[in-house]
Design a protein around this ligand. Sequence first.
Ligand code: EPU
Length: 423
Amino acid sequence: MEKLIIKGNTPLNGEIKISGAKNAALPILAASLLSNAPIQISNIPHLQDVTTIVSLLGQMGVRITLDERSNIEVDASQLTSFHAPYELVRTMRASVLVLGPLLSRFGEAIVSLPGGCAIGTRPVDQHLKGMQAMGAEMSIENGYIKAKASRLRGANIVMDIVTVTGTENIMMAAVLAQGQTIIHNAAREPEVTDLANFLNTLGARVSGAGTSTIIIEGVNELGGGCYHVMPDRIETGTYLAAATITSGKIKLKNTRPDLLEAVLLKLAETGAVIDTGADWISLDMKGNRPRAVDISTAPYPAFPTDMQAQMMAVNAVAEGTGVITENVFENRFMHVQELQRMGANIALKGNSAICSGTDHLHGAPVMATDLRASASLVLAGLAAHGETSIDRIYHIDRGYECIEEKLAQLGARIHRIPSNTAE
Ligand code: EPU
């Protein structure tokens, strides 16, 4: 295991490029199971979660080649298995995204139930319900979802709650189904739209993605094609929050401001001066301490739960008191105790965290508990006086490409060492 060592209290300054979106790349790679023609995908980020899904697809017989410019070619013409084992699924919940494509193309799938997770119980009942409505026989046996269908039939599906991967799984299942599927109360996240655009590139007929009603006209088969994955809006927001918390000035390229309007508005409320172009965002704190903000998370286009922990770190050093309410996951405050170890003044009340900003945090040894929680600890470490060491950073490698290189490019004093090394 490795840890990150950060010497804080330096404003970030400079320019970096944003990577492709993890949460778009994962469903897109899973969706490649739907086609038996070669597919080229570019802007895939180098992340542990991508490695996990690539291993999973590889175990199923999908041939994956990577060129020197990190473009991936996927060929799912020779599938040998429709089984997603527990050993891989338990390391990444998003593995459940292979369920819809496997069932739709092969009429059968055996996928491990994802099980518990640090940020909440996260059931997959909506995924199963949608596929059942399309005629699949679904059962849970020995911790596995077993699904069968001769050919899925289009259906009218009303999601009980807004779920991102649930919407994606059903959309993928419906692409090769017979007839029309309508998903009501669909997730509107940009990653859902990116998946729909990818499927349409291969010959699918998906409309309405980005709204709460998605219509899929089933087709008999998908072809090949080339696709460029959208930029990562959460990575973008995390670096903007890093500049905010350190009173810095940065410019992010290869991103899209339209993907994170709610986040940009909140950052502007902290006092950040934000400027945008079609594919860049700059943020300047003019050397000022941020002001505390109130945040309430909800599905897109509202403020994303995946930026909640990072904004908690900003509030921890901000002027005033901010209340952050988490409405998407029931247990996504694991970072609070670690931030408190660095001197943050946060009180939890139900699903709200009341944070009174302190003048400065102090460096401390802390532990990463999940992906976005670890990002908040990195941010706190960048702002803190003294040295912070963050253990269990495998969580951060799941979702942030080259985080220490990118931060170092912005002037941060950060490096990685083996966990058992004293510093
Ligand atoms: N839910 C159910 N039943 C279901 C599905 C979801 O009750 O069948 C509940 C969940 O327990 C949760 C809520 O619905 O309380 C929303 O969960 P959702 O299904 O939307 O989450 P997800 O699809 O599992 C994706 C992202 C997460 C992100 C959430 C919310 C991917 C691979 N993951 O998860 O990303 O937090 O949407 O926006 O797209 C991350 O990147 O750090 C991350 C956790």
